[in-house]
Design a binder for this molecule. Structure first.
Ligand code: ITT
Length: 204
């Protein structure tokens, strides 16, 4: 006997994308961007090794491969870092470790006598299917490191980063949707969404 699943007329028609992340803020940013493309985002908790490497792309590809192996599902991951010009790109791919150890204040302390405040955030999204190779999408936002922490929204280094294209507020002074106008992650997610919308079949 054939059974039909009924889907409400009001339910957005689209696809689902599985995001392997432990970070709820990253998930919310992705949820909001992908919903613009009628893609539903599901947060998955799957073991995925995060290697130490100088390249965000290598780290993201390795995690994506590992997460697919451990889940058997098509998934995406996103690896990001803050690159500070006066610190020769530090903390870069080591941003998570530096955040856990000295935090944003540690970066401000290292920047005390620096007049060059330029920095950028970069994200690499890696999407991978079972038995496939990861496909990557990059996003970057240029900005400056401010003199003191400002704002209590967002996460990570948001309180010390002011995007150049903004109005002088830090990411931590912006809502998720405002941050998504400028952010590295939103840029990478939009590239991913454009591509993902065009592949495969709609599932509901
Ligand atoms: P995953 O489970 O998805 O790996 P994570 O928090 O480790 O979550 P990333 O590896 O992408 O995320 O980022 C490394 C660190 O860089 C992260 O812990 C933050 O401290 C910082 N970071 C990344 N993206 C950021 C953003 O948009 N705003 C502020 N800080 C960010």
């Amino acid at each position: 006997m054939e059974t039909k699943t009924k889907v409400s007329k009001d339910f957005p028609k689209g696809k689902v994308a599985y995001f392997v992340t432990t970070n709820i803020h990253k998930f919310l940013e992705a949820h909001n961007v992908l919903s613009e493309y009628k893609i539903a985002t599901a947060k998955l908790k799957v073991e995925a090794t995060e290697i130490q490497d100088d390249s965000l792309e290598n780290i993201a590809k390795f995690s994506a491969h590992d997460a697919v192996k451990n889940s058997g599902l098509p998934i995406f991951v996103g690896d990001a870092g803050l690159f500070v010009e006066a610190l020769n790109g530090f903390p870069g791919p080591y941003s998570a470790f530096v955040y856990r150890t000295v935090g944003p204040q540690g970066i401000l302390d290292l920047m005390q006598n620096k007049t060059n405040r330029n920095a950028y955030f970069q994200t690499v999204i890696a999407y991978c299917e079972p038995n496939g190779e990861p496909k990557t999408f990059c996003g970057k936002v240029e900005g400056t490191i401010c003199m003191e922490q400002k704002g209590d929204l967002g996460f990570g280094y948001d309180p010390i980063f002011v995007p150049n294209r903004g109005d002088g507020r830090t990411f931590a002074q912006m809502s998720t949707d405002e941050k998504n106008v400028y952010s590295h992650r939103a840029e990478a997610l939009r590239k991913f969404a454009e591509w993902y919308s065009g592949v495969g079949k709609r599932i509901f």
